[in-house]
Ligand binder design. Structure first.
Ligand SMILES: [Zn+2]
Length: 160
């Protein structure tokens, strides 16, 4: 399930792709939980926990430590700022402990990037579950999308 996380109202600007003025676009989309949590049984949920930013879930004998982050994609032709996916990424237990210890530390950004597996399907794309990620770094190879693509994603995602 994809839901709206935040809405911004960028200034009206004529799109060079279609000529429309794309207004009131949502610029952050994302699922409210890691997919394994969304499909977990009540018993599995009772043994774990979730809040706005972290999730711990044990399925069979495997415990996953999952953190929410943003995957920003620059919008290259408008003043919208970045478009972002809010996604859940699983970390090692050690890295989750390190992150938890430093959660409120103003110098937290000095932590080295942490490896994580993406824990969500993002519906407009081919399968995204278990894509390798680096938490605290931008996704590699992302070169930005257009305001038209933001509008297209809005049409796709807000229609459901
Ligand atoms: Zn357009």
């Amino acid at each position: 399930m994809i839901c709206l996380m935040r809405r911004t109202a960028p200034p009206a600007q004529r799109c060079v792709t279609c000529g429309e003025e794309h207004q009131g676009l949502t610029t952050v989309f994302g699922p409210p939980a890691p997919d394994p949590w969304a499909s977990a049984t009540d018993e599995e949920r009772n043994r774990g926990g979730i809040n706005r930013d972290t999730c711990v879930i044990t399925i069979d004998d495997t415990t996953s430590y999952v953190v929410r982050g943003e995957l920003p994609i620059p919008v290259r032709d408008a003043a919208t700022g970045a478009f972002a996916w809010s996604v859940w990424v699983s970390l090692s237990e050690q890295n989750m402990r390190t992150l938890a210890d430093r959660w409120y530390d103003p110098g937290r950004e000095s932590l080295p990037p942490m490896f994580g597996w993406l824990c969500n399907e993002l519906s407009p794309y081919p399968s995204t579950t278990h894509l390798a990620t680096n938490v605290h770094t931008r996704a590699p190879g992302v070169e930005g999308i257009t305001i038209h693509r933001v509008a297209e994603l809005n049409r796709l995602l807000r229609a459901t």
